[in-house]
Design a binder for this molecule. Sequence first.
Ligand code: NAD
Ligand code: GLY
Length: 369
Amino acid sequence: MTFPPSPSAVLAQVRIALDERSYPIAIGHGLLGDPTTWAGLPAASTALVVTNDTVAPLYLAPLRAALGHHYRRVLEVVLPDGEQHKDWATLNRIFDALLGAGCDRKTVLFALGGGVVGDMTGFAAACYMRGVPFVQVPTTLLAQVDSSVGGKTAINHPLGKNMVGAFYQPARVVCDLDTLRTLPPREFAAGLAEVIKYGPIADMAFLDWIEAQLPSLLARDAQALAHAVRRSCEIKALVVGQDERESGLRAILNFGHTFGHAIEAGLGYGAWLHGEAVGCGMVMGAELSHGLGLVDAAFVARLRRLVEAAGLPVRAPDLGAERWLALMRLDKKSEAGDIRFVVIESPGRAGVRPAPEPLVREVIARCCA
Ligand code: NAD
Ligand code: GLY
């Protein structure tokens, strides 16, 4: 891995433009432990850092020290690690910490970790005293390119993923690329799935770049990572800026997710990583788009090759067709029981459509191991 030694440096800033809910995404090196990173946030006496028991030993101390320059009290709550803990009981531990320490409605929450910590912290911030400010400090590739940006917050329900939540925007997102050094390879690959996603839905030149730079990305080359995070955030910013609450366009960010969420729920949360399920789900979504006559077989093969080369599964688990369909009907895009899929209308452009059930069954059969 080729990270430079870290004096702090902001390499790029991306802005999410949402009127009074606008905020910056800072992307760079050495940001987390630099007190200047945290200047200019809403004034408060208390900061609460929410993290988990994997990330805390790695990054909690420098973040706490830096925040100590701005807040009289810096508190922490360390949650158990894992998608299986993205639930009511774990969420409640954040409220226990806030109420137990007498935190007022100006308290700023900091989500230090991956998408699980980010989604839960954001939801807690949306609910605590009807809303307190929060800051995303994403430490996984997936969280830096996707989940920390755009204000979707949630916990899982046993019957469906991210089913209980709120749209609630952070005050700031800080992507410290240095944290990606410690990410296990499987988690890194999962993040690449969400990077790859932006190509077929919005920017085929970015897909060309990812293909060409995949060895550099896998080697976690600092420059390649900075570009991947910046471009992903730029595309997400464009989409979220036009459709914050997913009344239409924003659904394209869920390419691969209808199939992917069924894999996650069907196998039990945590069996496949979210990004792994999305990677495989994108191949299924491309197959479906081909079946609808929208893209050619070469496009499907190209995406499958890239997903596989990124270290992600391309064969879906055999849940049984009926269970696949039942799980996908729970998707938030479903309308009156009809499953609606994000499809590739043409390379670089996505849309949302229903699909004939026989075709969906065919795609499931073809893609299952
Ligand atoms: P995650 O939060 O479970 O993190 C992955 C693993 O990496 C965990 O074990 C974590 O403790 C560990 N980890 C985190 N940072 C690390 C680091 N720097 N070094 C070493 N280990 C580290 O998973 P994720 O892939 O980041 O996020 C997936 C979650 O995000 C899912 O729950 C998914 O639903 C959600 N998500 C939300 C959105 C959104 O828009 N809100 C978008 C995509 C995904
Ligand atoms: N990750 C999908 C979205 O933010 O809408």
